[in-house]
Design a protein around this ligand. Sequence first.
Ligand code: NAP
Ligand code: ZN
Length: 350
Amino acid sequence: MTTATAYAVNAPDGSFEKVAIERRELGPHDVLIDVKYAGICHSDIHTARDEWHGTAYPCVPGHEIAGLVAAVGSEVTRHKVGDRVGVGCLVGSCGHCEPCLAGEQQYCENGATWTYNSPVPAELQAGGRTLGGYSTQIVVTEDFVLAIPEGIGLDVAAPLLCAGITLFSPLRHWNAGPGKRVAIIGMGGLGHVGVKIAAAMGAEVTVLSHSLSKKDDGRRFGAQHYYATGDRDTFKQLRGHFDLIINTVSADLPIENYLKLLRLDGSLVALGLPDQPYSVRASALAGLRRSLSGSMIGGIAQTQEMLDFCAEHGIGAEIEVISADRIDDAYERVIASDVRYRFVIDIATM
Ligand code: NAP
Ligand code: ZN
């Protein structure tokens, strides 16, 4: 066992506190990682505050992890001590169901093991939940550890492990590229990385944001167009316009208004995970054979493909690095959309 320092929350309305946690003994296929940076995803906030109902406390969030390999188990072949590595939302899956065999471990039929707040598989440890990356060290099976290419700093790479793959996967699935009009709703942590990736894929990118306050940034990230959804004219002007709309908003939206912005055979993909259900009249879908779909992060091989793509295109997240004692304050600022564009915890401050 290794004792690590972590920041945990003890109740839905609790504050983060420094705690000591145990990381499991290295098995033959395990990798011990010295965490250097951990991004703050809005999912961390939903979970820490039990907004999805099912959080076990104490909870250590963090699934945008970048660090260095500190030790490896006797049979590890994929990584060696000193390697620059990352861990995203997944640390395990059954490996034999249809989605796992297709490399889509996030859709494991037997239940993927998430990086935090997931029951720990019995073969690894008796009971308990996984504890995430707001921590000095983590132990992960080698198959779920990604290689971070040399070209990207560990700090700006960390958010790619969730925000990056969550956008890359649907952009690839729905063939974003030259000739495709892609809209991203919400330019926060997920959205801003999505703009960069979609632009690098060659799509014509539009941002649909509450206001025009981040317009210059959107342009700098590669968006050709930027509209305020607070302006009713936006919905008139863009009716029937997009091939693909990706919704990254963490709060409830009048989704039918956005569906009407799709052209024939267009798809609106839900990524943001508010607790409220969508309300949609069938006619908004039937009219132009539109689809409403959703997507959850991406598989391990595709996450590696995304990291390599980002390194090749010079893409990293725009970050604000904070010390570990600022997590509570950072959460408030994420909720107020007052972050440009991802908070990343400097684990050295633990
Ligand atoms: P974030 O940084 O807080 O960004 C969300 C953005 O949504 C904000 O920047 C804001 O953009 C917009 N927004 C926020 N509140 C709004 C409101 N009340 N009305 C309209 N727009 C609002 O969050 P994130 O980390 O990108 O995560 C976004 C969501 O995706 C969360 O629900 C998270 O749990 C979910 N998520 C899903 C997956 C998946 O695999 N599907 C993976 C990771 C995260 P503007 O200021 O531009 O309007
Ligand atoms: Zn996330």
